[in-house]
Every structure is written in C-alpha cells, then in structure tokens.
Design a protein around this ligand. Structure first.
Ligand SMILES: [Zn+2]
Length: 83
C-alpha cells in the first residue's frame, strides 16, 4: 500500500474534515468491516462482508447474518469480553 494513507487508513478519503476523533473511529470500524474474519463453519480466515449484516466465507461459501460491521453478533462479542 502507498505510504500516504498509512496513518489515516481508510479515513484518508475525508482529508482534514470532520475531526480526528470521528475519523479514527471510522478507521477502526472500517478496518474490522473490510478485513477477513474466521468462518464459523470451516474456521478459516475467509469471511468477508457482502453487504450490511451479510457475511460470506470465500472458502466454503457459508453465508450468514451478523452485525452490520462485524461477523459476530452482539451476544458473541459480549460473551468474549466477559471472559
Ligand atoms: Zn468457511
């Protein structure tokens, strides 16, 4: 990746607008949203977001509903944080 957006990440498209806190929040969420995640069926890091709340494994083809920005549901996220 070009170094120019290494710090700004995906929030680099906003330039200097909207404030750092909001841009950083967007960056964190989008990194999670656009990244690869573990498949609940085959356990490979191949799950990508198809659309808001729709996730698909590129390896085994499993398609499932979860959170809009995360392939885990709110319940699963809170279960992990309670450990
Ligand atoms: Zn899979």
């Amino acid at each position: 990746m070009a170094k120019r957006t290494a710090k700004a990440g995906t929030a680099g498209r906003f330039g200097a607008r909207y404030g750092v806190v909001i841009r950083n929040r967007i960056k964190t969420i989008e990194a999670h949203q656009k990244g690869r995640h573990e498949c609940p069926v085959c356990h490979h890091e191949s799950v990508k977001r198809v659309s808001s709340g729709i996730w698909e494994c590129k390896r085994c083809g499993a398609k499932f509903a979860a959170s809009a920005y995360s392939p885990k549901t709110k319940k699963e996220i809170s279960a992990v944080s309670e450990e």
